[in-house]
Ligand binder design. Structure first.
Ligand code: UDX
Length: 463
């Protein structure tokens, strides 16, 4: 790697959704004339080398290298407590390593996942700016940021049983955010470690040099205005996957997936009528109780819509046998359902046969649905997803939020509501939002201009 080219350290939280987004950022920055060292856990590096193709593309670039971190927590992260184990191991193992890398190389800046708040400690006194990249939506970021206000106003902890009561202390969301739409951590005790960790980490963004968000101004303008009061320098550069395409830096076939994609589902989709199929997937971390799985399955079968469903091998709690779950479900599914262990999601969402997306509203999945113009049936699992799904329903009007319950009757009713009863209405708003998303990442659009500004600002650092 030559030392004349500006060098950036990129450090995501070790989880599929986060690594995925930061790899996309890397692919946008490399051709702009920046060298990049990408810090990655050994577990994620193994996964990436298994099935993804992105590492081949990146490794062939002379200005790129992975730096593999050994010794990080490698267990699941589907609860706040388990996430805390990851935070602890990051603080212990990665802080000294990051500091060493900053001191060893002439680094222009660090772009760290905003969840890795300790990056600020690692860079302290070195004069190297740290830019935070939050892979969540602006609306979820702002809800996390508002946790101290919710506590001081007495809206947290949640007392009583009415989860539909409106929340008044997340500014800009007063008219529609219910208690049940707060980030899942807010449902815990007030002393809960994760609740405070999430809030403290988010507040630390005010100390970062700048904030990068994978969103676009037309989607989250009013909430971005709230955030700017505390973090004035924000680069909104998303949707990243669409941005890569608009700059001709990616194709649908390239993959960042940690799992093996089952592409046979694309042939199955080819045989279905336009906009007839419900695509169902709960991302890379969410888990279901077996009862919930069966309620979803009955609901999907009863909806009489053809469906393509991703059953990850660790989707069902306590069961690690994808084949067994498949056999159980396939008994009544053959007629109109198709099950896969992992799908090429962007390709699936872009397929003309897909009419709606049953999603947990992880931020990547939400943006992928927005760009593809596919209406959503939302079933949030945890963290930011509760906020995203409320915005999908009442703010962006891109689908229906079935939060907290997934009994078979409700699943059937809401799938039909989105795909039949209100089909035209949702398709119109989804098409409109997809157009705005594409406009933002094309030359002259807000995200396009912000990426150019980010690159210029980095090049000017430390000169
Ligand atoms: C979690 C959070 O919930 C999310 O909001 C946060 O920003 C990152 O961590 P995750 O559960 O992984 O993320 O969901 P999501 O953000 O939607 O990312 C999942 C990714 O996996 C998407 O890019 C999606 O395209 C991909 N995917 C999912 C596949 O490629 N195939 C599949 O079968 C399922």
């Amino acid at each position: 790697m030559d030392l004349q080219t500006p060098h950036v350290l990129i450090f995501p939280l070790p989880a599929q959704g986060h690594v995925n987004a930061m790899l996309k950022l890397t692919e946008l920055l490399l051709p702009a004339g920046l060298n990049i060292t990408f810090l990655i856990s050994s577990k994620d590096h193994r996964s990436l080398c298994g099935y993804a193709t992105v590492h081949l593309r990146l490794n062939s670039h002379p200005g790129f290298r992975f730096h593999v971190i050994e010794g990080l927590y490698e267990g699941p992260m589907d609860t706040g407590e388990k996430l805390s184990l990851m935070f602890d191991s990051l603080t212990e193992v990665a802080t000294p390593l990051l500091r060493k890398l900053i001191l060893d190389f002439p680094v222009r800046c660090v772009i760290a996942d905003g969840i890795n708040g300790f990056s600020l400690d690692a860079a302290e006194g070195t004069g190297v700016p740290v830019i935070f990249f939050r892979t969540i939506s602006a609306c979820a970021f702002w809800a996390y940021f508002s946790i101290p206000d919710l506590i001081s106003s007495g809206e947290l902890p949640l007392t009583g049983t009415n989860m539909d009561e409106l929340i008044m202390n997340v500014k800009g969301m007063e008219g529609f955010l219910r208690r049940r739409d707060l980030p899942s951590f807010c449902r815990s005790e007030i002393k809960n470690y994760t609740l405070h960790q999430v809030s403290n980490i988010t507040r630390r963004s005010t100390a970062a040099h700048a904030l990068i968000l994978n969103t676009f101004d037309d989607l989250e303008g009013p909430i971005l205005s709230q955030i700017r009061k505390h973090c004035p320098n924000i680069y909104t550069i998303g949707p990243l996957h669409a941005h890569l395409k608009s700059r001709s830096l990616s194709t649908l076939e390239s993959s960042n997936s940690f799992y093996k994609e089952d592409k046979t589902c694309l042939h199955w989709l080819d045989q279905q009528s336009p906009k007839s199929v419900l695509y169902a997937s709960f991302g890379s971390l969410a888990t279901l109780e077996r009862d919930q799985l069966l309620e979803f399955w009955h609901g999907l079968v009863n909806s009489k819509k053809p469906f393509l469903w991703v059953i990850r091998k660790d989707l069902v709690l306590g069961e690690n046998d994808e084949d067994k779950v498949h056999i159980d479900l396939e008994k009544g599914t053959k007629e109109r359902g198709y099950l896969v262990g992992w799908a090429p999601q962007e390709e699936v969402l872009a397929h003309p046969a897909v009419g709606a997306f049953l999603t947990h509203n992880g931020w990547n999945s939400t943006l992928e649905s927005v760009v593809a113009g596919v209406p959503m049936v939302s079933w949030a699992f945890f963290a930011d997803q509760q906020v995203n799904s409320r915005f999908v329903d009442v703010v962006w009007k891109l689908g229906i939020d079935m939060k907290d319950t997934c009994d078979r009757t409700k699943v059937e009713r809401i799938v039909n509501e989105v795909m039949v009863v209100r089909k035209e209405e949702f398709i119109d708003s989804a098409n409109h939002m997809a157009e705005l998303a594409m406009k933002s990442v094309c030359e002259g659009g807000s995200s396009y201009n912000n990426l150019d500004r980010l690159v210029e600002d980095i090049k000017a650092m430390g000169v």
